[in-house]
Design a protein around this ligand. Structure first.
Ligand code: ATP
Length: 339
């Protein structure tokens, strides 16, 4: 029996800029299973949030093509009423910045209570309070009765993020999308929040999509990883394979730009450039080609597709086969390390 909660096929999400539509998500296909964390990584502007918002149906003016199946139902272009029902019940999102996502004028109890009410109008005030306290306990808030009465600005960043998670899991969604959930937090709190998300995933059998810039977070929390560049997935594999045998030049460049903790002389290969803006994205050929001009044109495919190079490991374009880091990509030599 398939345990896939989410199946995306050839998704294309385009935004209208002046008189034209430009795809921020282009030809994305992926699957998320129960009790699995899929990390989505990539530089700023690569389309991670646009993809997450597409899944949640939060783009109000974008053009969406392709299919997004949530528990077998295609939600692309589903009427807002039906989509609202799915949100919260079947899927929920944890946003990057809880201070802007939470309502500053409502107490914690009222905000979590509102999420509960959205999906069960019959819930009495008494039952609601009990469930709010239970949820606050679940997300590790030490004095839930006290926190119930507080407003977002009275809480620390870590506590606010826990409240956001409590809202997100209020209706036991099967799919949780977390968009940079720990970026605003310091390292210790970050580890606690990620640990909490992991525990919840296992307890509730949830499928999680974790969007992050942080490869350390990926290594610790993800089961599988999708690397996005310029709106497309360029590589997808289980986390072990991706770190051990990264193939796409972009993945290799991301991984090579982090210093290894145990080496004395790290060579940090940095590929210059940034993700082009939406209007300037190359729509033909390999989108990463401009950033690796030392690789011959023939190495690239004309219409790069994802190829399965080993079971479950997919790479876009054939250029990876001839890719190497030239000397000039070595930016610095660090001498950190222990021996
Ligand atoms: N509503 C919109 N209208 C027009 N362009 C948009 C819109 N939302 C996103 N974009 C553009 O789509 C591209 C992808 O943006 P997106 O926010 O998804 O990137 P990201 O990978 O999530 O980046 P970050 O890590 O900075 O959040 C960018 O070029 C961005 O400017």
């Amino acid at each position: 029996m398939s345990t896939s909660l989410l199946k995306i096929q050839n998704l294309k999400t385009s935004f209208r800029i002046k008189d034209d539509y430009y795809a921020a998500v282009d030809d994305v296909s992926l699957t998320v299973h129960k009790n699995e964390t899929l990390a989505i990584v990539g530089e700023s502007g690569s389309g991670k949030s646009a993809l997450a918002f597409s899944i949640m149906g939060l783009h109000t003016r974008a053009k969406m093509e392709g299919n997004i199946y949530v528990k077998g139902q295609d939600i692309v272009n589903l009427p807002p009423g039906k989509l609202n029902k799915l949100r919260g019940n079947d899927m929920a999102m944890i946003f990057q910045d809880p201070l802007t996502a939470l309502n500053p004028l409502m107490t914690v109890e009222d905000q979590i209570g509102e999420a509960l009410l959205l999906h069960n109008r019959q819930l009495s005030k008494q039952k609601r309070k009990e469930q709010v306290v239970h949820l606050l306990n679940q997300v590790g808030i030490p004095r839930p009765e006290y926190t119930c009465e507080q407003y977002p600005h009275q809480l620390s960043g870590g506590m606010r993020q826990r409240v956001m998670i409590a809202i997100a899991i209020a209706n036991k969604p099967e799919l949780l999308i977390a968009d940079e959930p720990t970026t605003a937090l310091d390292v210790t709190i970050q580890a606690q929040i990620l640990g909490l998300m992991n525990d919840l995933k296992e307890q509730m059998n949830t499928g999680v999509i974790l969007i992050t810039h942080d490869l350390g977070v990926v290594a610790e929390t993800a089961d599988r990883v999708a690397v996005m560049y310029a709106g497309q997935i360029v590589e997808i594999a289980d986390v072990y394979t991706l770190f051990k045998n990264p193939l796409h030049p972009y993945t290799r460049s991301l991984l090579n730009s982090i210093p290894a903790e145990d080496s004395v002389h790290d060579k940090l290969h940095v590929i210059q450039g940034i993700v082009p803006s939406l209007q300037n994205l190359p729509r033909q050929g390999c989108r990463f080609k401009a950033r690796i001009p030392w690789i011959s044109d023939e190495a690239h495919e004309e219409n790069p597709e994802l190829h399965e190079v080993e079971p479950g490991h997919f790479v876009r374009c054939t250029c990876y086969q001839q890719f190497y880091f030239p000397e000039e990509t070595i930016e610095e030599e660090s001498t950190h390390g222990t021996s």
